[in-house]
Design a binder for this molecule. Sequence first.
Ligand code: GLN
Length: 540
Amino acid sequence: MSSAKYIFVTGGVTSSLGKGIISASLGKLLQARGFSVTIQKFDPYINIDPGTLNPYEHGECYVTDDGAETDLDLGHYERFLNEATSQANNITTGRIYNNVITKERKGEYLGKTVQVVPHITDEIKRNIFLLGDSGKYDFIITEIGGSVGDIESLPFVEAVRQVRWDLGSNNALVIHLTLIPYLSAAKELKTKPTQHSVKELLSYGIQPDILVCRTEHPLSIEIRKKLALFCNVNLNSVIEAIDADTIYDVPMLMRKEKLDERVLAKLKVTAKHEPDLEQWKVFLGKLKNPINEVTIGLVGKYVSLPDAYKSIAEAFIHAGAQNDCKVNLKWISSEDIHKDTVENILGGLNAVLVAPGFGERGLEGKIEAIKYVRENKIPFLGICLGMQCAVVEFARHVLHLSDASTTELNPKTKHPVIDMMEEQKKITNKGGTMRLGSYTCKIKKGTKAFHIYGDTTTIQERHRHRYEFNNKYLDQIEEAGLRAAGTNPETGLVEIVELKDHPWFVGVQYHPELKSTVQNPHPLFVKFVEAAMNNKKSSS
Ligand code: GLN
């Protein structure tokens, strides 16, 4: 294809309808037909990026290879498409305004009054076209965060209207995702909220081309006809999005509803071939027909909102399917763990993961949990803060440096086994200033990590942290049995630790969960689930 086609996904009626999953599913179907696709999200809040948002409110912050802190929907895009995203794939209102204001200060608009229309909308359009202009993609799917009608999303909706007008209906289309609520008293699905939502969109000058309707019950032909008639869309462009058992079913459901066919027809694109979803189906088959089952504890601070650990949970789904094993995650608040409770809480688990996190709360609980799994030889995976806690635990209880700590928890500790790097100490701004994005790690031959990664010595993994293993303690810690299996070749920073006399005890400074996809389940998760299965077998 010569130039990119643009697909916009807006939402109406309520939030949380799953625009991200619909976008990722459509992307998957187009990709499975041989097209190159990328998905982008615009978020209408003022933060420059979600890095400074509370995970309780906003879920996990997803980090890309280029070190962008982004919305968790980008994680879905990568998991579905098996394609890396970048900063260009997630733009917020804050970033748009920041760019415009920076240009204004540089004098790029000299003499002009800088306004929402055209300056903000032009900057939005520039960002829409950035990925298309790279020439790498046949389709750019742009998800507009929030719901139509929100004050915040207006400039984005206006930019979409302009792009559609500029490019014409063969090159740009709008999919509107709405909710068809079921009134149990009346035993009826209701179309009125969708009609209102489409009217609202029309009032901004946008006629949606395709309606995707979230529903708990199948849409009858009558309901489809009604929606088509009142919302001015073709009958075959009313797409049912029925609740699914797993998000990974959605591409198949969208295929059944012919969402991809409608998109291609409207954009006048000839399909290369039918979607090749063989691999996806194999994955679904394994996911739905497990032979084994394990229970793994996830010890973290934000366990009341599982979205805070979205990528970890999804990585377990990929790794479980790979092992034909159902992985039950037991979400454990680290604050509940102390000496008297640890046995009770962790006792029956097949493996334990200690999660990433920030701040002091619950850190001692994480350390207590690690002491327990280390001593009881329960498979352990520590991610980022989880790895740091493993080092602190080891220093305290094996090296007997009783006040050993991370300076994040105790800045005055005599034994800062985890400490901030000198460069980080100079930084005062909190946004976007951590060690972020992809870094190379060299793995020592013969280590467990070396085998886990399929006998490779060079890997790339993504980071998001300020504190590091303090190399002043490296020799001491290694001698006592916790060895640095992987380090950064340029800085010497420790990226992987593993315990010698333990069946499976690995801590990683990076976030392996961010690179696990349906097509490429992450080896650390795959082997960790395997270790949990082995542990279950040997203890039964
Ligand atoms: N709080 C720790 C740090 O900043 C760990 C961060 C994380 O787990 N992502 O280094």
